[in-house]
Design a protein around this ligand. Structure first.
Ligand SMILES: CC(C)(COP(=O)(O)OP(=O)(O)OC[C@H]1O[C@@H](n2cnc3c(N)ncnc32)[C@H](O)[C@@H]1OP(=O)(O)O)[C@@H](O)C(=O)NCCC(=O)NCCS
Length: 219
């Protein structure tokens, strides 16, 4: 169980790394990049961050929201940084912790997308969730039509996608969501052929095979 029986969680954030990316505690130095990541149009469109995101929002998230939610056993959120330079790529978390399940939440800056970083970070997160915390299931919720998110989930082995109209709450509005499931014993690789649209880069005639994608390190 991720929550200790006495309910007195400490804000002890384990460091998880594969040598390329590191999952660590969010720090004050992350505030400027975190604010830029959350002010990005894709973050506004597909996540629940406030619109017009500022550094004050980021500071509140780092200093108040994340530690409080961690101590309460509600959410465990990590910074994802470059293991060499420590530059912030984005954030990943286990959200809505309940029993032995949780939802995966994530947001990466435009500079980190398409680099394999998000996939590597999620693999570290899942290994920790299943291997260390003892979760039995993780869920992935993506606002329709967030194909980038859905494809990453597919690549990680999340399966059985279902669409539930109005299931996701985004700034007080109900929006349609895809939900996918991954069990602790499931393979962390695609479980069915990709059934979404081709990636935009692959569709361009000058890049028939799409851009080269670095292989994500496996834990
Ligand atoms: C979701 C997110 C973490 C994915 O990161 P990523 O895996 O680095 O993202 P990519 O840009 O490589 O996109 C993933 C795949 O989806 C594909 N894709 C992206 N947009 C697409 C679209 N509109 N149609 C079809 N495929 C699309 C990409 O081409 C890529 O596939 P490929 O590797 O086979 O080429 C990142 O896009 C992000 O942080 N987005 C903003 C916030 C967000 O949506 N968070 C998730 C909430 S559930």
């Amino acid at each position: 169980m991720p929550v200790r029986p006495d309910g007195a969680e400490d804000y002890d954030v384990p460091v998880l790394t594969d040598g390329t990316v590191v999952l660590r505690r969010l720090e004050e130095r992350d505030v400027p990049q975190l604010a830029r990541n959350c002010a990005d149009p894709a973050a506004a469109e597909f996540t629940t961050v406030p619109l017009g995101y500022t550094e004050a929002d980021a500071r509140w998230y780092v200093e108040e929201f994340v530690p409080t939610a961690w101590r309460a056993g509600r959410e465990y959120n990590w910074a994802v940084a470059d293991a060499r330079t420590d530059r912030l790529h984005g954030t990943v978390g286990l959200n809505a912790l309940r029993g032995t399940t949780a939802d995966v939440g994530l947001n990466f800056g435009p500079h980190a997308r398409g680099t394999g970083t998000a996939e590597a970070a999620c693999r570290l997160l899942l290994e920790h969730a299943f291997g260390t915390l003892g979760l039995t299931y993780a869920y992935w919720m993506a606002k329709v039509p967030n194909w980038a998110s859905r494809k990453l989930a597919w690549r990680l082995g999340f399966r059985s996608p279902v669409r539930i109209d109005g299931f996701m709450e985004q700034r007080g509005t109900s929006v349609d969501a895809w939900i996918l499931t991954l069990g602790a014993e499931d393979p962390r690789s695609p479980q069915a052929p990709w059934d979404g649209p081709p990636s935009p880069a692959a569709a361009r005639p000058e890049h028939p095979g799409g851009p080269p994608r670095p292989a994500a390190p496996r834990p």
